[in-house]
Design a protein around this ligand. Structure first.
Ligand code: NAD
Length: 334
């Protein structure tokens, strides 16, 4: 089948071409994000392959439908950027990669925690500058600390296991309890209790209407003084302005982000010679106790291979039977 890949980078091409080594499909790579202005780049394609910051809204879907697109193949787990209702109306199927390597994201979460706690981002620059002072670098032992995991699905559970290895006490919050987490000794509590009792809270739930801005001023006002907050889920799980205020007030002790609400205009691009116009992001960059990575938690060899292979498996199944393996639809969500 003919596939147009949007938001494509050299690494996408490398891994997708490897997964399509038998050349069952004709793949065309496009660098721009998919949105209603760029949808025409998919002319002639039956399938478009998209990523986290593509905008697959009603207008985009309408254009894709007119051009004959039948399947949106997400090469990621989250699908908050697709209007599933409109896709259903236009009879365009949507599939995703529900699991690739939960270890990739869980391990990056720990990298943010350890980096922030031991100030590695600042130590790196200090030592390179010949400054071996330790002032301001005091961390804390993870052992014995209380860690709250919001969203105990695949990634949250692996992350919890890593914290357990450090000897942490475990709290969990989810709409459904996970036996693996209970077996690790996690206590399921409400969000207020989690924020009151935890030294570290890490977000691993999907972005949906119920979780949008779930970390706001109200919840942060209940947080334990000096809480470390980590978000590798989706940017809009937190209210950025409220988090900035909590950092200024000292209520939040540190913040580790791999995702940012307005990341679509920033992440995955080299903007080092541009002026950053996003004032909230610029403010975040001024805090010594904030560590931001540009949506790279998934970025391991194993994850990229698995993403490409599952994407091609989805497309193979769709080309044979008209249904992809991992479809998402309004019906299934209901
Ligand atoms: P998953 O579906 O296995 O787990 C999600 C969990 O969140 C489930 O247990 C679900 O019950 C829970 N949940 C749903 N609604 C909730 C709510 N209102 N409150 C609390 N919990 C709720 O998903 P996963 O594979 O563990 O991925 C989790 C999220 O991580 C994805 O949705 C995606 O947004 C994000 N992610 C980020 C990266 C990255 O590179 N930063 C990579 C992959 C996934």
């Amino acid at each position: 089948m003919r596939i147009t890949v949007f938001s494509s980078k050299a690494y996408d091409q490398l891994f997708l071409d490897a997964a399509n080594a038998d050349q069952s499909h004709e793949i065309f790579y496009q660098e721009p994000h998919l949105n209603s202005s760029t949808a025409s780049l998919a002319k002639g394609a039956e399938i478009v392959c998209v990523f986290v910051n593509d905008i697959i809204d009603r207008d985009t879907l309408k254009i894709l439908k007119k051009q004959g697109v039948k399947l949106i193949a997400m090469r990621c787990a989250g699908f908050n950027n697709v209007d599933l209702k409109a896709a259903d109306e236009f009879n365009i199927k949507v599939c995703r990669v529900p699991a690739y390597s939960p270890y990739s994201v869980a391990e990056h979460t720990l990298a943010l925690v350890l980096g922030l706690n031991r100030h590695l981002h600042r130590a790196y620059n200090r030592v390179r500058d010949g400054n071996f002072s330790l002032n301001g670098f005091i961390g804390f032992d993870l052992h014995g600390k209380t860690v709250g995991i919001v969203g105990t699905g695949k990634i949250g559970t692996v992350t919890m296991g890593l914290f357990k290895g450090f000897g942490c006490k475990l709290l969990a919050y989810d709409v459904a309890k996970n036996t693996d987490c209970l077996n690790m000794g996690a206590n399921y509590v409400d969000l207020d209790t989690m924020f009151k009792q935890s030294d570290i809270v890490s977000l691993h739930c999907p972005l949906n209407p119920a979780t949008h801005n779930m970390v706001d001023a109200n919840l942060l006002s209940k947080a334990k003084q000096g809480l470390m907050l980590i978000n590798t889920g989706r940017g809009a799980l937190i209210n950025t302005q409220d988090v900035i205020e909590a950092l200024k007030a000292g209520r939040l002790g540190s913040l580790g982000l791999d995702v940012y609400e307005e990341e679509a205009d920033l992440f995955f691009e080299d903007l080092s010679t541009h002026v950053i116009r996003d004032d909230q992001f610029a403010r975040l960059m001024t805090f010594p106790n904030v560590l931001v990575t540009g949506h790279q938690a998934f970025f391991t060899q194993e994850a990229l291979s698995a993403i490409a292979e599952t994407t091609i498996e989805n497309i193979n199944a769709f080309s044979k039977s008209g249904s992809a393996i991992h479809e998402v639809s309004i019906d299934r969500l209901a």
